[in-house]
Design a binder for this molecule. Structure first.
Ligand code: CDV
Length: 307
């Protein structure tokens, strides 16, 4: 029998620094309802979907910083989302700032949770490639993710969602080929990715016209070279004076963009993903068992020295 999974990217427009969780969660629930009404059974929200993109500021007040994180998910403020998932029978992936305990101390991660259509958390992913710096650096756009988040310590886990293998990634991760390859080697058929990407970077004005190309290029290449469906979801628009790109999209294992956002506001992008296309694409070009040569790659990289 043919296998399909209808995917939705629930793009949001800007989220103000002053916006409270209740207001934001209401907005996300509304997007989830819209996705479900269009027949979607799995949705992805942006990175840090519960707050504004606070790493654009140097904030020194620890209590204020903590206000951008969750110490549990779901909690009282976010439970309407997991309840909506259960009621609407739609799973979702959601990015948020996480405070966790690890090795006897408090840690902060840029995290994405995957929630099943019963409203239960299936698992978590913590952003592996954390960009930016710890302190503002002259000549560059302030992007202090390395101040606010430790690199992820969970690898690239893959979860079962209604019989489909689903992996997660966040923003800068999408630019790295390792992300998709690790997910694919872990058995993923679908990768859900949330992002916040500034349109302009002070350090690279000459690349400004390529921002959307460099958004889609790695997701399309990652999907194609690893025979995955990829759903990428932006927080977009003019947020606290900083323009964030949109371009949320659903990419097929052929590398084609199957559906794409038209706005930089709240918008739901839906596509009925044919999961059998994964096998077709694997047979045509990427029959890993038959043609891939991991032992040879290891030998070559050992000869090349430490990587
Ligand atoms: N949130 C991100 O990871 N943003 C990066 C920025 C630093 C460019 C990105 O790769 O989109």
């Amino acid at each position: 029998m043919a296998r399909h999974l209808t995917l939705a990217a629930c793009q949001t427009g800007p989220i103000a620094r002053s916006a409270g969780r209740r207001e934001i969660v209401d907005r996300l629930v509304h997007l989830l309802e819209e996705a479900a009404s269009q027949g979607a059974s799995l949705a992805v929200f942006p990175e840090l979907a519960l707050t504004t993109f606070f790493p654009r500021w140097l904030i020194e007040d620890e209590a204020e910083i903590d206000g951008f994180y969750e110490d549990a998910f779901p909690n009282a403020a976010t439970r309407p989302l997991t309840e909506a998932a259960r009621k609407l029978r739609i799973g979702f992936a959601l990015g948020y700032g996480e405070i966790a305990q690890g090795d006897g101390r408090r840690r902060r991660y840029n995290t994405m949770a995957l929630v099943g259509d019963d409203g239960e958390v299936l698992g978590r992913y913590r952003k592996m490639h954390v960009p930016g710096s710890e302190e503002p650096e002259e000549g560059t756009t302030v992007h202090l993710e390395r101040r606010y988040f430790e690199p992820g310590d969970l690898g690239f886990p893959v979860f079962d969602y209604r019989g489909t293998r689903v992996g997660l990634a966040l923003c800068n991760d999408r630019r790295w080929p390792e992300t998709y390859r690790m997910l694919m080697l872990g058995g993923a058929e679908v990768a859900l990715i949330g992002y916040n990407t500034p349109l302009l970077l002070d350090e690279a004005p000459a690349l400004a016209h390529l921002r959307m190309f460099h958004n889609h290029l790695p997701m399309q290449a990652g999907a194609y070279q690893n025979t995955l469906w990829v759903a990428g979801c932006a927080k977009a628009g003019l947020e606290e004076g900083q323009a964030l790109i949109g371009g949320s999209c659903i990419v097929a294992p052929t590398g084609e963009i199957a559906a794409q956002a038209m706005s930089v506001g709240d918008e739901v992008v839906v596509h009925r993903a044919d999961l059998d296309l994964i096998d077709t694409c694997r047979r045509v070009n990427f029959d890993f068992d038959r043609y891939r040569r991991p032992a040879a790659y290891r030998m070559i990289s050992e000869r090349a020295g430490p990587v």
